[in-house]
Design a protein around this ligand. Structure first.
Ligand SMILES: [Zn+2]
Ligand SMILES: [Zn+2]
Length: 258
């Protein structure tokens, strides 16, 4: 049985309210080596830390998502810093820029993104970066900071992938890689070295084929791993082993703080 590390999920989401704990227990017993669950605001980040406390192989990332930066209190950075001090917090995220839904406050998003990149650097934590409809701005900021980071749910071009790699960052793929219309992402995946790729579900979103349209959970990671193996011309076992090792190296799950 292959156990896969899910490097990006949202088990705080209300989509899991009815069966969150049974589901996580089953996934950890049968399908997942480790699960990283990310907060998108202060409350959700706190909830994610609670989940990480509850299970040995669940880890948390804490952060304010660009779509949520309008709703946090003035003390958000202090609160985030406190949460990030927890030994099971392995990254700052989900952070980034998202210009998809109008109206959005570009300057505020950039401010929040930069503050959290600075915080991550201060704390020696990697960052999980979200990018949607903002390629120029995100590349400009990442070029400046060159964080230890991952660009998640990659759907961009070969050129964007090359640029992200040149910053020293990782790239992770969701179920999007299995979509029929994901030609660009597949092309990009082909040129990304296997030691720079991680697997993620972004649960409950981005459900891979053949379960598209249903709620996603980490058990579906096998379909994305299968697609990755096909693109790289390797076995699923080889793809999973490489991605699991990349996740260990990137998040340093075994590090002890203090
Ligand atoms: Zn995202
Ligand atoms: Zn996400």
């Amino acid at each position: 049985m292959i156990k896969i590390t899910d490097t990006h999920s949202h088990y705080d989401d209300e989509a899991f309210d009815s069966d969150r704990y049974e589901l996580l227990e089953r996934l950890l017993a049968e399908k997942c080596e480790k699960i990283v669950t990310l907060g998108c605001d202060i409350g959700k980040s706190r909830f994610s830390v609670g989940l990480a406390e509850r299970y040995d192989n669940v880890y948390a990332a804490v952060g304010v998502h660009p779509e949520n930066c309008g709703d946090v209190g003035d003390d958000w950075l202090e609160e985030l810093k406190k949460l990030a001090d927890h030994p099971k917090v392995c990254a700052i995220g989900e952070i980034g820029l998202d210009y998809h839904w109008e109206p959005f406050d570009r300057n505020r998003q950039i401010h929040f993104f930069r503050e959290q990149l600075i915080l991550a650097k201060e704390l020696g934590l990697p960052v999980c970066v979200h990018s949607r409809d903002c390629t120029k701005d995100i590349l400009d900021i990442l070029r400046e900071f060159r964080p230890k980071g991952v660009l998640h749910c990659f759907s961009g071009s070969v050129e964007v992938a090359e640029e992200i790699l040149s910053f020293g960052m990782m790239i992770s793929f969701t179920g999007l890689l299995t979509f029929k219309n994901a030609k660009k992402a597949v092309e990009a995946c082909r040129i990304i070295p296997l030691d720079r790729i991680m697997l993620e579900t972004d649960s409950p979103y981005m459900t891979p084929v053949p379960h598209r349209g249903e709620r996603n959970d980490s058990g579906n990671l096998i379909f994305t791993a299968g697609k990755l193996a096909e693109i790289k011309g390797i076995t699923v076992e080889e793809a999973v082993k490489a991605c699991n090792e990349n996740a260990e190296r990137f998040f340093r799950f075994d590090r002890t703080k203090g």
